[in-house]
Design a protein around this ligand. Structure first.
Ligand code: BTN
Length: 321
């Protein structure tokens, strides 16, 4: 209904549309229209209402518009169900809750602003309202829990390819899940799951992308370490288009993964990776290991050979190149 209402406003750009006309076209009561208008306002649209004239769309605001995401989708599952917030604490929390309530695979939660965004290793993830892509994808793969890191790597490949398609920008992956542009962080990925010891119930893939931030929008503490698509291109990007592209790429790779396993995804990931084939520092919870990054295993574990020739399996670490 909301989509139909927006279509009417798109057909009458800048003009008032009477409540009577809307109610005729949508086949619903004036009270129902009022509720939909109210919801659009909550989603960031600015709508003017005037007695005897009706409603006029003044501005689409700084939000991401779910119907614009949907228009760009070529998927059968990913993003077919979308939950959008102008503001929420974290799309991860909502996605977990929806998953517990039985949301189907491919349901995506998107926010224009997160007030308690979560990063890896218990860190905060902050992004200024109206600037970033914050999304969480609910998956229900029939996988043992130890294989879920493969989905993080798959996500990184999907995001790199989507960014290339939409903006022409080629970025790199830093193990396990940072996407960098010219050495600065562009995207972070957070994979969480609900599982029994032997069976995954749901995997929640969180993607935070710096899209339209300008340098001043970043916290001074990370300003030198982060970048955005807008900084690189010197123009804003359409976040709805970026989200659709990520979901399109994701579904293609995910279907390939479910059919053929991890091998192809692993080769693609290694081709985009900065860390493989070079000497790196891996800062784990216990120690810092310097060595040659030989590759990743089928479980997404990083293989590092130290200067004594000993091989280390790195499950979780911060990498310095
Ligand atoms: C990282 O630490 O690099 C991962 C950051 C992941 C941030 C995203 S934004 C969407 C989703 N919601 C969250 O609260 N976190 C993830």
């Amino acid at each position: 209904m909301k989509e139909k209402l927006l279509k009417i406003f798109a057909e009458h750009q800048g003009e008032f549309v009477s409540g009577e006309m809307i109610s005729q076209q949508l086949g619903c009561s004036r009270t129902a229209i009022w509720k939909h208008i109210d919801e659009l306002r909550k989603n960031g649209y600015q709508l003017e209402s005037a007695p005897r004239k009706g409603y006029r769309l003044v501005s689409k605001g700084d939000g991401i518009h779910p119907h614009e995401v949907k228009v760009g989708l070529s998927t059968t599952r990913l993003g077919q169900e979308l939950t959008y917030f102008d503001t929420t604490n974290s799309t991860q929390y909502t996605a977990h809750k929806l998953a517990q309530e039985g949301a189907t695979e491919g349901h995506v939660v998107i926010a224009n602003e997160q007030t308690a965004g979560k990063g890896r290793l218990g860190r905060d993830w902050y992004s200024r309202k109206g600037t970033s892509v914050s999304m969480s994808i609910i998956l229900r793969p029939d996988l043992p829990p130890q294989k879920t890191p493969q989905l993080t790597l798959l996500t990184a490949v999907a995001v790199v390819r989507a960014i290339k398609n939409i903006t022409g920008i080629q970025c790199d992956i830093k193990w396990p899940n940072d996407i960098l542009l010219k050495g600065r962080k562009l995207v972070g990925i957070l994979t969480e799951m609900q599982a029994d010891p032997d069976r995954v119930h749901s995997v929640i893939i969180g993607i935070g992308m710096n899209a339209n931030q300008r340098s001043d929008d970043f916290d001074p503490a990370v300003r030198e370490l982060a970048t955005s698509l807008a900084i690189e291109k010197d123009e804003s990007v359409d976040r709805a288009q970026v989200i659709s592209a990520v979901l399109n790429e994701f579904e293609q790779l995910y279907d390939l993964y479910l059919k053929e396993g991890f091998t192809t995804i692993r080769s693609l990931w290694e081709a985009y990776s900065l860390s493989i084939g070079t000497y790196i520092y891996a800062r784990t919870m216990r120690e810092v290991i310097y060595g040659y990054a030989k590759g990743i295993t089928n479980d997404g574990v990083l293989l590092l050979e130290d200067e004594q020739g000993q091989e280390h399996k790195i499950y979780s670490a911060d990498i310095e190149i």
